[in-house]
Design a protein around this ligand. Structure first.
Ligand code: ZN
Length: 672
């Protein structure tokens, strides 16, 4: 049976093979732009490819909505700078022009004038006089002038917004003690509205006894008209109508090639939501969406996440189109269906094991397009919908976007990091061959089995470990995965192609836990975050316990520190011993035991090593943030105009892509 479910590394990809694929596309400021592959797109049926094509188009049409949501001047600023970038006849090799190029690239990355991650406004390196000169130098017809607006007036409006650090300093302000609505630069609320007014407005709408409440305020801007607060709803005929109409147009085409009636119903419900703006319809749509598990192609398209609103109600627009990675999802299915075997054979004391264990299955997906708030920066996993009662009554979809994690892993391999920190070519080659596979498998084991394994003894308070609880819990899940990665059962089940592969994960885990994760800690600080504490705890503990037998060594070469793993079998044994101990702490609620092991192994940072690691990392000049460009999809038609194929290419550059999107998918006026 197992052989039928083999995960073969060889058949994994039909997209350009990893070794010929150039992942890094561009680099500027603190950003690196990557490409991602879409393996097995070619193997989909023509109908599925068409479906993806139409959903992709629907995804790209929403781009301008997000710019406007992030700040009401974003579209005007982007269009002005793009016009200069394309039409500037002055010295394009000058320092100022290159600074303008960088600034525009940062705007594309942030979907506006604020940093995508810190949400702080970034200030151009060029100065206001150059900006004015450059804007005036191009044909005024190319500029996004409002009706009757002069070029001088445009420059006068934009100059303080670009250059004055005190204007719109933060996109979403979460600081305590100030009016969060007035101090946030985004465009979810109109001018002159206070936080108290917003809270009162929505408090009046909500019924505390409603068990299935709609997501109040999700799809609208709240404005004051003649002294009265009103919602301007994002819908056909409402706010953002021009873009939403085009989204709906593509969704209508998508509905004609849906994989099955259920999926067609999902798409039709979404169209109804966009047409009516009704949040009740949105909930109906969300329920249908979460219950559609049979379709291979899937998508998110709409006003989804509320991080951008300091009050957590208004949602930014985003879209991801994807299809199930059937091979990789088999991997999670194999793991789930063998959950009892793993539980029964773990090195944990019998009294702490579950008699009956249920594996959790999640699907692995391949992203086909990223858009809106998922582009250029994107999550590697999604768990939706957000409405609590829908999750409670109908469940949620949890997905891992494996072609994105692949791009991250592969790009990291070539960036000098492995050359700087890994001991030798043996470790580097293993990482190249297997790291993507073993990283993903470790995550699967962690999520599908680790967290669900083991049990508390009767009467033990689940919160007994208090502040140490989450570190112990993460250690438990990580160790369960680490222990089994080195088991021959994993190769037998076809989850790893090779008996040596697990060593890639072991080496990286130890190097990261003992050394390289310190790149994310400020000098002089200790480790606070639970996942990081857990990783250092594990790596430190097995290092100390195996010291006498030199299982792991910390060695110096030319004044630099390296990790050497001498005995992988003994290392696996130590992981097993620690798993047994961590499970004992958890099962018995041993607070002092938990506190001691976390404080002794997981918290304190070796200051000299930390300084060395930071120094070496800095020299690599790596960008701390990454974004993506999308592949390009094209319809192929025969003489009769019928669609015969959809092709995918990976050649488009970062600036070219954004300029094309601004041309082809830009239906909104500059001021909405
Ligand atoms: Zn976890």
């Amino acid at each position: 049976m197992a052989s039928m479910l083999m995960v073969s590394a060889a058949t994994k990809a039909s997209a350009p093979p990893v070794e010929n694929f150039k992942y890094t596309v561009d680099k500027f400021a603190d950003i690196e732009i990557l490409r991602y592959r879409v393996p097995d797109f070619e193997k989909l049926s023509l109908k599925q490819k068409e479906l993806i094509y139409f959903l992709n188009q629907a995804a790209l049409e929403g781009r301008d909505i997000l710019y406007d949501q992030n700040n009401k001047y974003n579209l005007t600023i982007r269009r002005t700078l793009e016009a200069v970038y394309v039409n500037y006849k002055g010295d394009r090799k000058s320092k100022e022009f290159s600074q303008l190029t960088t600034y525009l690239k940062r705007i594309w990355m942030g979907n506006g004038i604020h940093h995508h991650y810190s949400e702080d406004k970034f200030i151009p390196e060029f100065k206001a006089p150059f900006f004015a000169k450059a804007v005036k130098s191009i044909d005024a017809k190319k500029l996004p002038l409002a009706k009757g607006q002069t070029v001088d007036a445009l420059i006068k409006t934009l100059t303080p917004i670009l250059f004055d650090a005190n204007i719109y300093p933060k996109r979403t302000n979460q600081a305590e003690g100030v009016d969060l609505i007035k101090t946030s630069a985004n465009n979810y609320y109109g001018d002159g509205i206070t936080q108290a007014e917003v809270e009162a407005f929505y408090a009046k709408m909500k019924d505390p006894n409603d068990n299935t409440p709609i997501s109040y305020g999700l799809n609208s801007k709240l404005v004051k008209e003649n002294g009265v607060l009103v919602e301007k709803t994002y819908k056909v005929g409402g706010m953002y109508s021009a873009a939403i109409k085009r989204i709906v147009g593509w969704l209508e085409k998508a509905a004609t090639v849906a994989e099955n009636p259920k999926q067609k119903d999902v798409i039709t419900s979404l169209i109804e939501f966009y047409t009516t703006g009704s949040l009740k319809t949105y909930d109906e749509y969300s329920i249908k969406w979460v219950e559609d598990l049979a379709s291979q192609v899937d998508f998110v398209n709409g006003f989804t996440e509320t991080y951008g609103d300091p009050l957590g109600m208004k949602a930014s627009w985003e879209s991801i189109v994807n299809f199930k990675n059937i091979e990789a999802t088999k991997r999670t299915q194999i793991i789930s269906s063998n959950a009892q075997w793993f539980e029964d054979n773990s090195p944990v004391d019998k009294q702490f094991k579950k008699e009956t264990v249920k594996g959790v299955s999640a699907k692995v997906i391949t992203a086909a397009i990223l858009a809106g708030d998922c582009y250029p920066a994107t999550p590697i996993g999604v768990n939706l919908p957000n409405a609590n009662w829908i999750r409670r009554d109908h469940g949620s979809k949890s997905v891992t976007i494996e072609n994105i994690t692949e791009a991250y892993d592969q790009a990291s391999l070539g960036n000098g990091f492995a050359e700087e920190f890994m001991w030798s070519d043996v470790e580097r080659q293993r990482a190249k061959d297997f790291a993507s596979l073993t990283n993903n498998l470790h995550t699967d084991l962690h999520e599908c089995l680790g967290h669900g394994s083991g049990k508390l003894l009767p009467g033990v308070d689940p919160d007994a470990l208090k502040a140490y609880g989450s570190t112990i819990e993460e250690a438990r899940a990580d160790l369960f995965g680490l222990y089994y990665m080195g088991d021959s059962k994993i190769v037998e089940l076809g989850l790893l192609p090779d008996k040596e592969a697990y060593k890639a994960e072991y080496y990286q885990f130890i190097m990261n836990g003992l050394m390289t994760q310190l790149t994310r800690i400020q000098p002089g600080k200790n480790i606070e975050e639970a996942h990081m504490r857990n990783r250092q705890l594990i790596a430190n503990w097995v290092y100390e316990k195996g010291k006498a037998e030199k299982v792991i060594e910390i060695v110096q070469r030319d004044g630099e520190t390296f990790i050497v793993v001498n005995d992988y079998l003994k290392l696996r044994n130590l992981f097993g011993q620690l798993l047994a101990e961590i499970q004992r702490i958890r099962s018995t609620g041993d607070f002092n035991g938990g506190k001691e092991i976390v404080e002794n192994y997981g918290v304190k940072v070796n200051q000299a090593l930390h300084a060395e690691v930071l120094d070496r990392y800095k020299k690599l000049n790596l960008a701390p943030y990454r974004g993506f460009v999308n592949p390009v999809y094209k319809l192929v038609k025969n003489e009769k105009g019928e669609i015969t194929d959809v092709t995918i290419t990976y050649k488009e550059g970062y600036a070219d892509q954004h300029l094309r999107y601004s041309k082809e998918y830009s239906s909104l006026p500059s001021v909405n």
